[in-house]
Design a protein around this ligand. Structure first.
Ligand code: ATP
Ligand code: MG
Ligand code: MG
Length: 550
């Protein structure tokens, strides 16, 4: 919102604009690696990068950070595009780090020619052990003193495919005694004979993140390269490459990644949940992925509001899942159409209502909207479904719903009084008999009767059946990644419960995915993509915060 104070990134940007830096131009980028679907943490980064650029008349590039061919796939590229658009953002250019492979190769050759990079034949283990420890300086490997000519030749041979995977690497020649381990001659290139989803078999050497990322920022002339806190120690290296190559001086800024309780937020872990069938896919409504949240019924606005509300922190924290739920409730309360659905039905018979008569009630779509946002017809008849727990055989004192002798209002219809009930062989209540008060119709009630409770219902004649999926948190502990053992041991076995035969009012056959409904007193729901006209399926997006007075 406009009133909140500036976050630290906005302060930096406003200062840069005041100083005329880059002519006041703001260009950010969102740089996903296409090795999985985006999650709510990425949504935070998207809202931040796109939001801040928009605020200052800047632009944002979408750059696929596709330097690791073995884990990447076009399926992920497509899903990432879709998710960003769905969140409501438009990128300026769509780019790929792999677009820059030629340029990056030339940059690397330049560094070799300046004596600032060398080909090392040491194994990964040898390199690691020669690096020393944070308190002990590293030692040069035998190849560190190779001549420039030899390095140029070897690097060209690496590119030409003369060596197998792992036989050689290209390293920056910086400082083996640096207290910052990232400056102890970091890897720039590795050999990987792998097919790339965009460059095919052209390359068998691929740049490392630290070399590719900053140089891609510089090539695109990104002004503010925003990343998460774990990249703070990489920043000196980011700046070293830019200085040595004398390229556009992009600047890196770090903020705290979003962590949320009762879930995991790493693509590697989410991929395990998918591959090992703990969930039905990346878009399972229990997943913290953008596609999962969308399928569950989250709206783009609710996610943008969530991102705004959590702000931009400079210290790691764990955000409460309930804040995300608060944001979707807040949005759906304003926008969702109200409908009636009975999840645990018992039959109610109105003895004094003409059998076979169907009366059409008018129910406004949303009382939160001026004028009700239109209305829909609701059939009413002598036989209704109501919730089993809206009836008590022996009502307690403060029970304002149905029980022998008690009166209640049927939402959008009449006041009824309970006369009797019958049970089946198993002792369960099977039918509830009532009489209705003809003068008590909602909207034209002249009965003078005041009742404390209102319950929802669905007419047996006209009712549709639906499968309803209710969700709980995916994990039973707050921070599964920080527990002992495998994070999957902490999965909540009851994260999904399915109601096979709920009754819903007939207008819901017009529901479409992506549109939120409030099933009154039951929560917010939306149509699942598994749904078909013959088999309606709804997801509960979130429960109502305040259930009605019991
Ligand atoms: P993960 O660790 O979940 O696999 P990643 O960082 O490897 O994520 P990328 O595709 O590299 O995933 O991320 C793209 C952008 O999104 C990066 O700029 C990254 O910093 C940001 N990002 C990723 N996870 C989060 C998060 N939890 N909170 C905020 N930003 C994030
Ligand atoms: Mg990454
Ligand atoms: Mg990752």
């Amino acid at each position: 919102s406009e009133e909140r104070s500036l976050n630290f990134l906005e302060e930096i940007i406003e200062e840069d604009i005041r100083n005329g830096k880059n002519g006041g131009r703001i260009l950010t980028r969102f740089p996903p690696e296409p090795n999985g679907y985006l999650h709510i943490g990425h949504a935070k980064s998207i809202c931040l990068n796109f939001g801040i650029a928009k605020k200052y008349n800047g632009k944002t590039n979408l750059r696929f950070d596709d330097t690791n061919p073995t884990t990447e796939d076009v399926e992920y590229v497509d899903s990432i595009r879709e998710d960003i658009k769905w969140l409501g953002f438009e990128w300026d250019k769509e780019l790929y780090s792999s677009n820059y492979f030629d340029q990056l190769y030339d940059f690397a050759l330049n560094l070799i020619r300046m004596g600032l990079a060398y080909v090392d034949d040491s194994t990964a283990e040898e390199i690691a052990s020669a690096k020393g420890t944070p308190t002990e300086p590293g030692k040069p490997t035998p190849n560190r003193s190779r001549s420039i000519e030899e390095n140029v030749q070897l690097f060209e041979d690496m590119k030409a495919g003369k060596y197998p995977d792992g036989a050689k690497v290209l390293r920056a020649k910086i400082d083996l005694a640096s207290p910052n381990m990232h400056l102890r001659d970091p890897l720039m290139y590795r050999i990987k004979h792998a097919h790339h989803h965009r460059t095919g078999d052209k390359w068998c050497i691929y740049p490392m993140y630290d070399f590719a990322h900053g140089q891609s920022d510089a090539i695109e002339q990104i002004t503010h390269s925003i990343c998460t806190l774990e990249f703070i120690p990489h920043r000196p290296l980011y700046e070293w490459f830019i200085q040595q190559l004398n390229v556009f001086p992009s600047r890196q800024y770090e903020f705290a990644r979003l962590n949320m309780n009762y879930t995991v937020m790493s693509k590697r872990k989410l991929l395990q949940l998918v591959n090992e069938n703990y969930v039905t896919g990346w878009d399972d409504p229990r997943m913290p992925t953008i596609s999962g949240l969308r399928r569950r019924g989250y709206t783009p606005l609710s996610i943008r509001n969530f991102s705004e509300r959590i702000g931009v922190a400079r210290r790691e924290n764990l955000i409460d899942l309930s804040l995300l739920e608060f944001c979707i409730r807040e949005d759906l309360n304003k926008s969702a159409w109200r409908r009636m659905a009975v999840l645990d039905p018992v039959k109610l018979i109105i003895s004094n209502y003409p059998k076979d008569q169907i009366e059409v009630m008018d129910g406004e779509n949303n009382p939160e909207v001026e004028g009700g946002d239109g209305s829909r017809p609701i059939p009413f008849s002598s036989e209704l479904w109501i919730e089993r727990d809206d009836f008590m055989e022996e009502p307690t004192k403060k029970y304002f719903r149905l029980g022998p002798g008690l009166m209640v209002r049927l939402k959008n219809a009449y006041i009824i009084q309970c006369d009797s009930f019958v049970k089946d062989d198993t002792g369960r209540v099977s039918e509830i008999y009532c009489t209705y008060i003809p003068e008590s119709k909602s909207g034209s009630d002249t009965s003078g009767i005041h009742v404390k409770g209102t319950i929802h219902w669905v007419s047996v004649a006209g009712a549709k059946t639906a499968e309803i999926r209710l969700y709980d948190r995916l994990f039973r502990v707050e921070d599964p990644s920080n527990e002992e053992g495998d994070f999957k041991e902490y999965i909540n076995p009851d994260s999904l419960s399915v109601i096979k035969n709920a009754f819903i009012e007939p207008d819901l056959e017009n529901a479409e995915p992506g549109f939120g409904y409030q099933f009154i007193r039951k929560g917010y729901f939306s149509l699942d993509i598994d749904s078909s006209p013959d088999h309606l399926v709804f997801n509960r997006t979130v429960t109502l915060k305040d259930t009605w007075a019991k």
